[in-house]
Ligand binder design. Structure first.
Ligand code: SF4
Length: 315
């Protein structure tokens, strides 16, 4: 059986109210070299088209999506979440999918979200697959916000890792093309890279992340290393339950950050469920100390920082 078929087979679809957002919270992030409050909103949509067709081995976000979500549902989600803005200067908008997929988010809904959040926040961050974004969409988006950052889940620059460990068919070439377009219209680029996709040893995972960071650097303003966390009903969860997958050691994340200090992009890491069994963790003795040491002093641009969060949707 191929990786993509197994990912698809292990998925559990659930029903949700299409008028309700998935989640919202506030976390710390960097804006112009300062640590600020960043508002995170996860809108419920029909979800990532790739997750429906096949899906990435570590991704459980599709489990939070509703089958069909119309413009009226999205308008309701937006209206209900806007009063929860508390002055955060940055907002990160996720959809458990692709912000620039017209089938997931219509141009009208996209505009409303950008306009209403752009009115309230200095910087809006959205996420999409690199091959989904078109220049006219970006130009349109720039008309509604002061500053736009587009985040791409590149995961690795190694084609074999992408194909056989992550089950993603798009790599550095597509990323570079999309990143150039975003920068061309005046936006900035955030690149997500994985630390320890399945089927890699700890050493291979470190080397893959370090190499990917260097290769993605010219096409990124920020690089965020995401240690894989075990989300329910994913291929990674299947392997984890059979003791065939262990999330990365925190020491591995520290080594990746140490060895990517020379990058031009801002480098950071927010290990979801850090210190817990399903997230990046050590043996238990020093987890808290590593986390505390790593979270102190994330203030200067270009300096790597690691910030631990307790939980996230899909976990
Ligand atoms: S990781 Fe991104 S591209 Fe992959 S299935 Fe999940 S939402 Fe889709």
């Amino acid at each position: 059986m191929k990786v993509g078929e197994l990912v698809h087979e292990l998925r559990v679809d659930r029903g949700y109210d299409p008028g309700e957002i998935i989640s919202t919270w506030t976390e710390k992030d960097l804006l112009d070299g300062k640590v600020v409050d960043a508002w995170v909103i996860i809108f419920r949509t029909r979800g990532c088209y790739w997750a429906h067709a096949s899906g990435c081995s570590m991704c459980g976000y599709v489990n939070d999506t509703a089958v069909e979500v119309g413009d009226a549902d999205l308008a309701h989600q937006l209206t209900s979440v806007l009063p929860r803005h508390q002055g955060q200067p940055m907002v990160k908008v996720y959809t458990s999918g692709n912000f620039f997929d017209d089938h997931e988010l219509s141009p009208d809904s996209r505009r409303s979200i950008l306009r209403d959040l752009g009115d309230r926040c200095d910087k809006v961050v959205v996420e999409t697959l690199s091959h989904m974004v078109r220049r006219e969409q970006l130009e349109d988006a720039m008309g509604h916000v002061e500053r736009l950052e587009v985040a791409f889940g590149l995961e690795s620059t190694n084609e074999r890792v992408l194909r056989y460990a992550v089950n993603k068919m798009w790599g550095l070439r597509e990323h570079a093309r999309a990143a150039a377009m975003v920068r061309d219209v005046g936006g900035t680029v955030k690149t997500y890279l994985l630390v320890k996709p399945p089927f890699l040893t700890e050493r291979e995972a470190i080397e893959d992340a370090v190499r990917s960071g260097h290769e993605a650097d010219p096409h990124s303003d920020t690089i965020s290393f995401n240690p894989v966390n075990v989300q329910r009903d994913t291929l990674v969860d299947h392997l984890f339950k059979r003791r065939q997958y262990r999330p990365p050691w925190l020491w591995s994340v520290v080594e990746v950050l140490e060895r990517t200090r020379d990058l031009k992009a801002h480098v950071k890491s927010h290990p979801t469920a850090g210190g817990l069994r399903r997230g990046a963790h050590n043996c238990g003795t020093c987890d808290r100390r590593v986390i505390d040491a790593a979270t102190s002093g994330p203030s200067s641009p270009g300096k790597a920082f690691i910030h631990l969060e307790g939980s996230a949707p899909g976990f």
